[in-house]
Design a protein around this ligand. Structure first.
Ligand code: MF3
Ligand code: CO
Ligand code: CO
Length: 296
């Protein structure tokens, strides 16, 4: 029955012309209102899947395991262990907790975690390489738990390290912090990269361009792309429910890289040290929440 005010009643024919009753057709869509329209818009225009509260809860649970894993890796990193030891620990701990290590067999990647030492920028393959005093090592953990991915990494010191190692690790950590500081609705994805590049280059370091942050959820890498360089105000406007990583790779020398024969290991062209920190975050109403939270 149509209401006195002319609005559509639940048992009326749906105004969309489907021939169904309103309650069986567009009534629920109308209730969800603007958010639903935004989700459709972002999917159609950018192929970005905005996440539901249910999705976010799932990614957060996976994220808790990822951070827990990283903190446990931190305890075993010391001179004398190999990157294979890190791989074995991450693999076993992930599986023991009911999760799957996402890197294993991902596009042919042969191990369960990436371990990137010194001049290795990212995608280092665990091996018999022994870590020695003064090395830095990035450990990048991605776990799949109940179908949801979470992705985070940290760079660790191996024993006592020199001043260049301390500088690049500090700059990488601060780069992630500054990038995340730009995350809020109505800012753009470009603002994140702008803040990172401005800071890192301002202190004499360089930012890698070939590898970028990414959307994540029920798949490892999905839109949007999140470059760690670029112009203020460029790119897609952030809205609540977007989930993506920010993961700046910062070099103490020049930004250029080369990929080794194994087709994975990316190293700085000039052999200079490189460091990285990564978290998975969700854009919220007023800012962001990390789904892989650790102190920066
Ligand atoms: N964890 C990396 C990222 O941050 C991706 C690693 S892909 C792998 O996106 F195959 F090398 F594991
Ligand atoms: Co990532
Ligand atoms: Co990662």
């Amino acid at each position: 029955m149509a209401s006195d005010d002319g609005s559509v009643g639940r048992n009326d024919d749906c105004p969309c012309g489907s021939g169904l009753k309103y309650k069986r057709c567009c009534m629920n869509k109308a209730k969800e209102g603007a958010n639903n329209d935004l989700a459709e818009l972002y999917l159609r225009n950018y192929r970005i899947k905005l996440k539901t509260a249910h999705d976010i809860a799932g990614i957060k649970i996976a994220g808790r395991l990822v951070v827990d894993t990283l903190h446990k890796v931190e305890e075993i990193v010391k001179p004398g262990i190999t990157t294979n030891d890190i791989n074995r620990f991450v693999h076993d701990y992930t599986v023991k907790n009911g999760a799957v290590p996402a890197p294993l067999n991902y596009r042919g990647f042969p191990k369960s975690v990436c371990t990137s030492v010194n001049e290795v920028i990212c995608h280092g393959i665990p091996s018999d390489r022994v870590l020695k005093e003064g090395d830095i090592v990035n450990v990048d953990v991605t776990s799949i738990l109940n179908g949801y991915y979470a992705d985070a990494n940290m760079t660790f010191f191996v024993g006592e390290c020199g001043s260049d190692a301390h500088k690049i690790v500090d700059v990488a950590r601060e780069s992630l912090k500054r990038g995340l500081g730009m995350v809020k609705p109505d800012n753009t994805i470009g603002d994140i990269g702008w803040a990172i590049q401005e800071y890192a280059e301002g202190v004499g370091c360089s930012v890698v361009r070939e590898f970028i942050g990414h959307g994540i959820g029920k798949v490892f890498h999905e839109p949007p792309d999140v470059p760690h360089f670029g112009r203020r105000g460029s790119g897609i406007t952030m809205v609540p429910g977007m989930v993506f990583t920010v993961e700046p790779m910062v070099n103490i020398g020049k930004r250029f890289l080369r990929v080794l024969e194994d087709e994975w290991t990316a190293v700085t062209r000039d052999g200079s040290l490189s460091a990285q920190f990564e978290q998975t975050i969700v854009v919220t109403e007023y800012g962001y929440e990390s789904l892989t939270p650790y102190d920066l």
